[in-house]
Each structure stands twice: as C-alpha cells, then as structure tokens.
Design a protein around this ligand. Structure first.
Ligand code: G3P
Length: 224
C-alpha cells in the first residue's frame, strides 16, 4: 500500500516529503480552503515538493461538460502533466465526466465513494482510482473498512485495473485495517501520517541504545 498526503499545507508537505515515503498529494475544496491560499496559487507551490509524484485536484462543477472544462484548466497549471489526477465526485454527472476525462487522456480519481457499487460504476467508467471515505462511513455507523474490503475484492474478482485509494482517516487503527485488506493506496492528514512515525516505545528504545553506546561505540563522525 502506498501513502499519500491529504493536505495542501506547505509546511506539512515539506516535512512529509522530506522524511517519509509519500507518493503523492490529494486535495479537495476543504483542504485548499484550509491552506489559506487559492487553488491557482497552491497547485504550483505543491508541485515544488512532489517531484514526479501524483497531485490529485478535485473539480467542483455540477455538469459533466463543465467538470471537464474545469479539469483541463487545472491540467494547464501542471509543469509535468503526468503528475495530474482529476478528482471527480461520483454523482450522476460525475460518472459521465469520468468517461469523458478518460477520453481526454486524463488520469481520474473517483471520489466521495460510500458504497461498493459506486466504486464498481466508477471503475467501469474508467477511473484509475476510487476513493472510499473510511472515517465518514464509520461516523454514520457504517463500516468503512468493510466497504473498502468489498471494493478491493470486487476489483480482484473482475480483474479491474482500477485501484483503491482509501481516504478519510482519523486514526491509525483505520489505516492498519485498510492496509490488511489489500488496499493499494491511502491518503491521510499530516497528523495521521505522523502518528505512524511517533511511537513512545521506539523513542525509549533509541534513548536506551544511545546511553548503552557510550564508551563502546568508538567512532568519530567528525573525521568523515
Ligand atoms: O480525500 C478525502 C478526504 O479529504 C475526506 O477526509 O477527513 O474530511 O473525512 P475527511
């Protein structure tokens, strides 16, 4: 499973890409709003940190034709077009737009997925990724992990090329569970991703090793 950052906060992205094996960035209107910058400003800024990794940008239009117009405008913001994935919500117009975006040679992430059947439709329309919302499902007393698991299995049974990019996480247990059902990708906030890194037992072990190394690790790094 690969990990993406669900944030447009530049300080967070700097840290994540500097230290961790992060394979891309996902955004939506809320995430762009939280960055405090406009979309046309933030997309070029994010590109400075991602190298050849993915950047997913969501459309807001209501009709398929306008979604595609919008998607083409965002594509023009990209120096490296191959970085660009258009995120399309799975409304009726969205399903039509997914097919149109594929015909226009764009990579597509179908987003705001809450059921296995929405995912199947999106895959059949040509989406490269589907993004089921794990925590939002859990919050409505559904089971995000079960929906992700069903989608993964359905794609396997149907030999679908579409991959599952699980989204909407609030804790590490949800991340652990999606990774155990064969989900190919996940995207989460800086906070959730950093909680994979920070572990008090790791910190304690490192401190203990450091103290035991004194006097027996006879190396001098300043001589290198
Ligand atoms: O990528 C979709 C995601 O941003 C939704 O997450 O945390 O707002 O439910 P959340």
């Amino acid at each position: 499973m690969i990990y993406l950052a669900d944030t447009a906060n530049i300080e967070e992205l700097k840290e994540l890409f500097n230290y961790l094996p992060i394979e891309g960035v996902t955004t939506n209107p809320t995430i762009v709003k939280n960055s405090g910058k406009t979309l046309s400003k933030i997309i070029p800024e994010i590109q400075q940190y991602i190298g050849d990794k993915m950047l997913h940008v969501q459309v807001i239009s209501q009709t398929a034709e306008e979604m595609i117009k919008e998607a083409k405008i965002y594509r023009d913001y990209f120096d490296m077009k191959s970085n660009y994935f258009v995120k399309i919500p799975v409304t009726k117009e969205g399903f039509k737009a997914i097919k149109m975006a594929k015909d226009a040679d764009m990579k597509v992430t179908a987003t705001a997925i809450f059921t296995q059947q929405q995912a199947m439709f999106a895959a059949n329309a040509g989406a490269d990724y589907v993004a089921p919302y794990v925590n939002r499902l859990d919050n409505i007393v559904s089971h995000g992990i079960d929906v992700v698991s069903d989608i993964v299995k359905t794609f396997q049974i149907n030999n679908s090329k579409c991959q599952v990019l699980a989204a909407s996480f609030k804790n590490l247990d949800q991340v652990y569970r999606v990774s155990m059902v064969g989900c190919q990708a996940m995207t989460a906030s800086h906070e959730v991703l950093m909680s994979i890194v920070n572990h008090p037992m790791t910190d304690k072990s490192v401190l203990d090793f450091e103290s035991d190394s004194e006097g027996v690790y006879d190396i001098n790094l300043t001589q290198q």
